[in-house]
Design a protein around this ligand. Structure first.
Ligand SMILES: *[C@@H]1O[C@H](CO)[C@@H](O)[C@H](O)[C@H]1NC(C)=O
Ligand SMILES: *[C@@H]1O[C@H](CO)[C@@H](O)[C@H](O)[C@H]1NC(C)=O
Ligand SMILES: *[C@@H]1O[C@H](CO)[C@@H](O)[C@H](O)[C@H]1NC(C)=O
Ligand SMILES: *[C@@H]1O[C@H](CO)[C@@H](O)[C@H](O)[C@H]1NC(C)=O
Ligand SMILES: *[C@@H]1O[C@H](CO)[C@@H](O)[C@H](O)[C@H]1NC(C)=O
Ligand SMILES: *[C@@H]1O[C@H](CO)[C@@H](O)[C@H](O)[C@H]1NC(C)=O
Ligand SMILES: *[C@@H]1O[C@H](CO)[C@@H](O)[C@H](O)[C@H]1NC(C)=O
Ligand SMILES: *[C@@H]1O[C@H](CO)[C@@H](O)[C@H](O)[C@H]1NC(C)=O
Ligand SMILES: *[C@@H]1O[C@H](CO)[C@@H](O)[C@H](O)[C@H]1NC(C)=O
Length: 892
């Protein structure tokens, strides 16, 4: 911190002494120096506009439309995306600013197809919301008032028109999505045309910041950093991309780089630059440093170590002579870690005698250690990109929730956006590795020259922007497009060769060289799922992209018994898998208060379920294990609650199966689908829209625990017991206690202890038991507890031998709740004591409208007294909380 202050002081000193300095004039509406208005085509609507912003946000603020996520508003507001909108900004420019040699208009993000005029003259156009556009505007600016206009084309009309020329499958999304067709023709968030978990809001607007930049010399436009470790030295290469104005063909100046390290040390290096400019108006300069490993702490993923980050400041001083110097600077934080995606002959590790030894391994090695990647998939935090960008609190809550459930990796999925700088900075700080898809998902894509040029700019810009983040682990070309073509998802079989050619043109010939050119240190996977290197050897469309011996897989199966671990196929790396549940009633209330909507078969419920046959699949899962009577007066409430139990238990089973398989198959990743939600609807998420945790997310805290006893019941009713150890230290001389309970009693019928041990970073089968052959399976269950020195906490685990609906002896418990304030703790923490008189399953606590979180929920209670902690930001008395708490549990 101290070294940063020194650097900032240094920066300040040179800036105030400066005569000429580059000048930035914000065009954001928050600067209050620009008046933005928004008009539709026939000018029947003319309202204040916002930048960054978007048309749905502005219409909402003007009271023209209501809450877009309420009721049926997704279809009721669709007219917005069919109209033509114009944003007009008025701002003043001073004569001093026009003395600069160069004036540029910098647009960090425009959504999407717009024609831009400045004072009536065309300055350019945009057609990719993921690209930063930069236009030289000096000749169009004038002293005094200026007018900047963005005339947006309707994204749906643009996509339709383009599709007439360059049709690319699919024809459209399924009808139940209530969506729009041909998202693949427009470089815009693909999910904004609808998805199976989300509504269509084909937005337009200036969704990221806009500004004018005035300067004489050159500015630092981008930087990349490349780290490499050799013996006791870290090698750092900083590549700086300098940019000048239109008419400047030569730059002269001094580039300096400051890196702050441990022990308040700072390394400074510099270089004179005196060079000709390339046609694009840019020049690249490289600076190298060798850094002793003694002044650096490595960056680790969450759960494996700390996340040390170091300030890197870069200055470029342009000057012809010292009295007219001009400074541009950039500040980023970087981390030092090695990361490798290992794809080598599996037989080298697993031998040639097992099925597991076939094919190639697929795992991440971080700082030299193979790490099983626990995590989830990230979809956009908001359907409106401008909110997803600005609402940092929402992003923070989601990323912290991932951190708190032991996740070390999130896959930023290909139908969303390249997230904000803030998002990746928080991932750096929280130790969350990012598997970054490029934004192509569940579709074939065009490969005409215009489209490819458009994509090139997008890939180049985003790799340059994000490359320095230590959190970024891997790039992937697309989501499910290899498997969609191979599996004929969109009836493309008769044109397989054409689509394959276009696939290779886009992801291999166009994207791959750009990524590898800018960022040679990271692996570029062409698709997810894919067979990794094997897909590449097989000409990019593998015979079976789901081959369990190679690469990553996506696996969904709603028809088998999802609580049964034996149904899951082995895989090297599970990058998607999941089950739907409904959002809580509390979250649904933010979308509708109509009592008649609160039925599984209401029009409203149908409208929100985009997954074909979705409710049926939920019901099939639920009915296998849980007893629910259609005539129950609380049928819908129970349907919602039970769907969350079913989802949580299924995900627990599947995730633990993958973690166990670290031993006998070398599975090395479990990223479930999906972390978050985009609206209040049935989906695969663990966290509801608005931030409320489903039971799944609480369960993730246990099934991702660093040390876990994990039993698997085989088809022959034996139980194999695994011990999973995600730490760098071994578990030795530990015991696993197995207790057999009768559903009717807290006192175990039988207790037995087994010795246990596990190597660091491993999963190991400990023993096999068959405890119930003498008893009735429907009357008992098993509890597993670990006792190990040095293991502070490890969740209990359970085996329920028969579906809960078929058990005997589970009775309605009496539950008593009392709340105590935790005086010793900082903040507002309460102990919630729970007293029950019988075994209680999935006790679900809610604190009504009090904003806060339990540390555990969906409790499986096997003793009379249990307590959980409730943390809130509100200043309340224990009695208030006690009165607010309500609960549900499973009953037969
Ligand atoms: C102007 O456009 C709006 C929105 O498309 C439409 O509802 C309205 O009828 C139009 N008004 C006129 C006068 O054409
Ligand atoms: C609410 O109920 C009314 C009357 O049944 C119905 O017309 C309307 O569509 C419902 N609105 C929503 C958002 O479900
Ligand atoms: C520009 O300056 C003029 C004259 O000072 C002033 O009347 C006008 O409001 C300014 N425009 C904006 C957008 O600030
Ligand atoms: C860093 O070390 C390498 C190998 O020891 C050497 O070749 C290189 O010149 C050094 N670079 C700098 C900038 O000191
Ligand atoms: C040095 O800079 C000053 C101020 O811009 C300028 O007037 C002068 O001509 C420059 N001198 C040389 C030798 O370039
Ligand atoms: C396993 O078999 C393959 C193919 O026959 C061979 O290349 C490889 O060396 C073998 N691996 C081991 C560990 O024997
Ligand atoms: C439903 O009622 C609650 C409580 O009055 C309110 O906060 C919420 O905004 C309402 N939801 C809708 C969609 O109107
Ligand atoms: C479980 O408890 C019930 C009621 O006490 C008893 O009838 C039954 O035999 C017990 N089952 C076992 C397997 O102990
Ligand atoms: C495990 O059990 C053995 C034998 O009963 C005992 O000596 C040892 O202390 C136990 N270890 C732990 C960590 O409980």
């Amino acid at each position: 911190m101290k070294s940063l202050i020194v650097l900032v002081l240094f920066l300040y000193t040179i800036l105030i002494n400066e005569i000429y300095c580059l000048y930035e004039q914000s065009l954001d509406s928050t600067s209050k120096k620009v008046i933005w208005t928004l008009e539709n085509k026939n000018k029947s609507i003319s309202i204040p506009g916002s930048v960054p912003g978007g048309v749905y946000t502005d219409l909402r603020n003007a009271g023209i439309i209501g809450d877009i996520l309420s009721g049926y508003n997704d279809v009721l507001t669709r007219w917005v995306s069919y109209d033509t909108w114009t944003y007009t900004g008025k701002f003043n420019v001073s004569s001093d600013n026009l003395k600069y040699a160069t004036a540029k208009l910098i647009l960090e993000g425009v959504d999407t197809v717009a024609f831009i005029e400045l004072n009536g003259s065309p300055v350019g156009s945009t057609k990719n919301m993921f690209v930063r556009y930069i236009f030289d505007v000096k000749e169009h600016l004038k002293v005094g008032e200026n007018e900047l206009k963005f005339i947006f084309e309707s994204p749906t009309e643009y996509a339709k028109a383009r599709s007439r020329r360059y049709f690319t499958a699919p024809e459209c999304v399924p009808d139940v999505y209530n969506g729009e067709c041909h998202a693949n023709q427009i470089r815009k968030m693909q999910a904004s045309f609808s998805w199976d978990w989300g509504p269509a809001f084909p937005s337009v607007g200036i969704w990221r910041s806009a500004r004018l930049e005035f300067f004489n010399g050159a500015v630092i436009r981008s930087i990349t950093t490349h780290t490499e470790k050799k013996d006791s030295t870290w090698f750092l290469k900083v590549k700086v991309y300098l940019e000048t104005g239109e008419h400047i063909r030569h730059i002269k100046g001094y580039l300096s780089v400051y890196l702050s390290l441990e022990g308040h040390q700072t390394i400074k290096i510099g270089k004179y630059v005196d060079t000709k400019i390339k046609d694009e108006g840019t020049v690249e300069v490289e600076l190298d440093m060798n850094i002793s490993k003694n002044v650096i702490r490595e960056w680790w993923p969450n759960g494996y170590g700390s996340q040390s980050l170091y300030n890197l400041l870069i200055f470029f001083t342009t000057y012809e002579n010292w009295s007219d110097r001009e400074i541009s600077y950039k500040h980023v934080k970087i981390g030092f870690r090695t990361l490798e995606l290992v794809e080598q002959e599996a037989s080298l590790i697993l031998g040639n005698d097992t099925a597991a030894g076939k094919g190639l391994s697929f795992y991440f090695k971080v700082n030299g250690y193979p790490i099983f990647m626990k995590g989830s998939n990230w979809i956009p935090s908001n359907v409106l990109p401008e909110i997803g960008e600005k609402d940092t609190k929402r992003i923070d809550n989601l990323l912290v929730a991932a951190r708190d459930t032991h996740m070390a990796m999130l896959r930023v999925w290909g139908g969303g956006v390249y997230e904000s700088d803030y998002f990746y900075r928080r991932c750096d700080e929280l130790g969350i590795l990012v598997w970054q898809d490029f934004l192509f998902a569940c579709s074939m894509y065009p490969a005409d020259p215009e489209f490819l040029e458009n994509v090139k700019a997008e890939i180049e810009y985003n790799v340059l922007r994000l490359q320095h983040h230590p959190s970024i682990a891997v790039w992937a070309g697309n989501n499910e497009n290899e498997v969609a073509l191979r599996g004929n998802w969109y009836s493309t079989q008769s044109q397989f060769e054409k689509y394959k050619k276009e696939y290779i043109k886009l992801y291999v010939d166009t994207i791959k060289p750009i990524v590898e050119g800018i960022d040679p240190g990271r692996r570029y996977l062409v698709s997810s799922p894919s067979n990794g290197r094997k897909s590449e050897q097989d000409g990019y469309i593998a015979k079976n992209p789901y081959d369990p011996n190679y690469g990553d897989t996506h696996y969904y199966n709603y028809l088998a018994d999802n609580w049964d671990q034996n149904i899951y196929p082995q895989t090297r790396f599970a990058s998607e898998y999941g089950f739907q549940s409904l959002p809580s009633i509390k979250t649904m209330r933010t979308s509708t208060n109509n009592t008649s909507d609160y039925k599984v078969d209401s029009d409203y419920s149908k409208h929100r379920q985009h997954s074909p046959n979705g409710y049926n699949n939920i019901e099939i899962q639920m009915r296998r294990h849980l007893k629910l009577d259609i005539d129950d007066p609380k049928y819908f409430e129970k349907f919602v609650f039970y769907s969350q139990i079913s989802q949580a238990m299924s995900m627990k089973a599947e995730t633990e199966f993958y973690r166990q398989s670290q031993v006998d198959w070398y599975t090395m990743g479990a990223l479930y689908w999906q972390l978050n939600d985009i609206w209040q609807a049935p989906s695969w998420s663990g966290i509801e829209y608005g931030g409320k945790w489903k039971m799944l997310h609480y369960f993730a805290k246990s099934f991702f625990a660093p040390v876990l006893v994990s039993p698997r019941m085989t088809l022959t009713s034996e139980v194999n017991v695994y011990l999973i150890n995600d730490r760098f230290v071994p578990i030795i001389d530990a015991n696993i206690t197995v207790e057999m309970f009768n559903w009717t009693s807290f006192v175990p019928i039988k207790t037995q202890s087994y010795p246990a041990s596990a190597d660091p970073l491993s999963s190991k089968k400990q023993f096999t038991i068959d405890l119930w052959d003498a008893h009735k399976k429907d009357e008992i269950f098993l509890r597993f507890t670990l006792n190990a020195e040095g293991v502070v906490s490890s969740p209990n685990n359970y085996i329920f031998p028969v579906p809960l609906r078929n058990t005997k002896g589970l009775r309605k418990p009496k539950v008593q709740i009392s709340v105590l304030k935790e005086d010793s703790k900082m903040g507002k923490e309460f102990t919630v004591n729970i007293k029950v008189d019988a075994i209680t399953l999935f006790l679900w606590l809610e604190a009504d409208s009090i904003d806060g979180k339990f540390d555990d929920n969906g409790l499986i209670i096997t003793k009379p007294h249990t307590s959980v902690t409730f943390i809130t930001s509100e200043n309340i008395e224990p009695e208030t909380l006690q009165n607010a708490i309500s609960y549900q549990y499973y009953e037969n």
